[in-house]
Design a protein around this ligand. Structure first.
Ligand code: NI
Length: 175
């Protein structure tokens, strides 16, 4: 498992509609393991492949509490089969937009089909934080960021901060 650099918005790779994986082979398992290592190191509760520069339909999540055992879920080709009609606001952040948060409205529950780390077909029904996290990560593999759910005014405010943060990071890296 190797930690990989996380790509910050704005970046074209984060706007890319990712391609499905043909099968969960050793390469995809290695990608999932790197994604988990990167997510835990950040730390974060979810990560999508494009955030480490890989435009494939792979996401990982773990919404377990700090005092609970880890509960990583690796999903290849995740597909939302059903969404609740009821929606709720939940504050979201993103490892590609560090330290920036906003309330996003989403369905409170979803049912998702996917291939697990062994390539077996699975279905998961999620509510609460896991439902938020799955929808956020599945958005990523369609090239959608949580800021894309906000008003243009709020989105522009956050993206301006990101442009500045990226400039500062590039300056620090060059120094
Ligand atoms: Ni994110």
């Amino acid at each position: 498992m190797a930690k990989r650099p996380i790509i910050w918005a704005p970046d074209p790779v984060l706007k890319t509609k990712c391609t499905p994986v043909a099968a969960v082979d050793d390469d995809i398992r290695a990608l999932m393991d790197d994604m988990l290592a990167t997510m835990y190191a950040a730390p974060g509760i979810g990560l999508a492949a494009p955030q480490i520069g890989v435009t494939r339909r792979v996401i990982v999540v773990d919404v377990s509490d700090k005092d609970e055992p880890a509960n990583p879920i690796c999903l290849a080709n995740p597909e939302i089969l059903w969404k609740a009609e009821e929606t709720a606001l939940h504050e979201e952040g993103c490892l590609s937009l560090p330290d920036l948060y906003a309330d996003v409205e989403r369905p409170v529950a979803v049912k998702v089909a996917y291939l697990d780390r062994d390539g077996a077909k699975q279905k998961i029904e999620a509510e609460g934080l896991l439902a938020v996290c799955l929808q956020h990560e599945i958005d990523h593999i369609d090239g959608v960021l949580f800021v894309d759910h906000l008003s243009p005014l709020k989105r522009n405010m956050i993206m301006k901060k990101m442009v500045k943060a990226k400039k500062n990071r590039a300056r620090e890296e060059a120094a």
